[in-house]
Design a protein around this ligand. Structure first.
Ligand SMILES: NC(=O)c1ccc[n+]([C@@H]2O[C@H](COP(=O)([O-])OP(=O)(O)OC[C@H]3O[C@@H](n4cnc5c(N)ncnc54)[C@H](OP(=O)(O)O)[C@@H]3O)[C@@H](O)[C@H]2O)c1
Length: 346
């Protein structure tokens, strides 16, 4: 029997998994350390006395069932999620527990909605894909900016990253996603995903101070094009990335290095969201430090809300659909600065 506070973390020894383990401990949960590599698990368990490590493989459903035994929820931090998401969702459904992942892979996120929506709803459980910086935070901000609107003409999500030192997992997920779309690009327009070979536009985006105007790559399409339209009637959803960070990612610059006691890197971010309906624009902005580190409070806050019944729906649902978005963002005030101005034009 578990403690009733045991939350399984698959991929616990990865860069993001370690932040999630630390955040769970801070919030009074007991992380179960799950992963495929026994040596890496034991090394992590030695550094985290008192925590249990359980080896499990996505190719072996029985090992996943054993690993989830006694857990009240599972957070999947092991990417590429094209490989790990479906087996872990299946295992969570067998165990009758909620599933949360940090996947930033558009096609894998689409698959989670497509393959598990009915079964998760029938089971009365919650499956939340992309509950992280990409996909999750943008969706919470769009939902917050929408306010009482249920539909809008356009949503724009601009990522103002000071730099981007990608992890091995990020790069591997990018390769898998690229292969899945045969090297083509993807955007969300006319109410659907569209694959194309057009060059990506470079334009200027005016972030709020202190970032100010920045050169950004347009149609730098992130998981928000899956999460936002999953519950909001917005036919045009566009994401943008500061050109400097996009160049860092292409160059696969070195992995993030810790600069503070929490293990965060020096990277800063602003996520600037604009929704437009007719002539009216609404905006919501969040700023903070380290896109990997912030994914941990996002995923753990999600689990905490699910376990305490603070949800709006069951089945497969994105952050904005399943949670009270403004309340969720306010709960992260020690990690995020939030600014939601009034309508900017009416
Ligand atoms: N949505 C977002 O904003 C967001 C934020 C953070 C991370 N992510 C995503 O999360 C994933 C992990 O990122 P990271 O920064 O933690 O990378 P990382 O440090 O390289 O860790 C990757 C983890 O995934 C595990 N893994 C990979 N393939 C696996 C498989 N087939 N079976 C079991 N475990 C497997 C690795 O285990 P081994 O060492 O044994 O290979 C490792 O624990 C990436 O896909 C990344 O894009 C998304």
């Amino acid at each position: 029997m578990g403690s009733g506070r045991d939350v399984a973390v698959f991929g616990a020894y990865g860069h993001t998994g370690r932040f999630v383990v630390a955040e769970l401990r801070e919030r009074g949960y007991v992380p179960l350390l799950l992963g495929r590599d026994q040596d890496k698990l034991l090394e992590l368990a030695q550094a985290q006395p008192g925590l249990e490590a359980r080896q499990a493989s996505v190719d072996d459903p029985a090992s996943l069932d054993r690993a989830l035994n006694g857990a009240v929820a599972v957070i999947n931090c092991a990417g590429p999620f094209a490989t790990t998401a479906a087996p872990l969702v299946e295992a969570a459904l067998r165990a009758g527990i909620p599933y949360v992942d940090v996947a930033a892979e558009i096609e894998a996120n689409v698959d989670t909605f497509a393959h598990f929506a009915e079964r998760a709803r029938a089971a009365g459980t919650v499956v939340v894909p992309a509950m992280a910086f990409y996909g999750g935070l943008g969706d919470l901000l769009v939902t917050t900016a929408m306010g009482d609107w249920t539909a809008a003409d356009e949503a724009h999500i601009a990522y103002g990253l000071s730099s981007w030192h990608p992890t091995t997992g990020t790069l591997a997920s990018g390769v898998v996603s690229g292969q899945r779309r045969s090297g083509r690009r993807v955007r969300y327009t006319g109410g659907r995903l569209e694959y194309h070979d057009d060059a990506l536009p470079t334009l200027e985006w005016s972030f709020p101070a202190p970032l100010g105007p920045q050169s950004v790559i347009g149609e730098f399409t992130m998981a928000d094009v899956v999460t936002v339209p999953s519950h909001l009637a917005i036919p045009e959803v566009r994401t943008y990335m500061t050109a400097k960070a996009a160049a860092d990612l292409s160059a696969a610059t070195s992995a993030p290095t810790a600069v503070d006691e929490r293990g965060r890197s020096a990277q800063t971010f602003a996520v600037d969201v604009l929704v437009r309906s007719g002539g009216t624009e609404r905006r919501a902005v969040a700023t903070g430090q380290d896109i990997y580190a912030i994914s941990a409070p996002l995923a753990v806050e999600a689990v905490d809300r699910i376990l305490t019944g603070r949800t709006k729906t069951t089945g497969v649902a994105s952050a904005g659909a399943v949670f009270d978005a403004p309340g969720f963002l306010r709960a992260l005030s020690s990690h995020l600065s939030l600014h939601v101005p009034l309508d900017t034009r009416g």
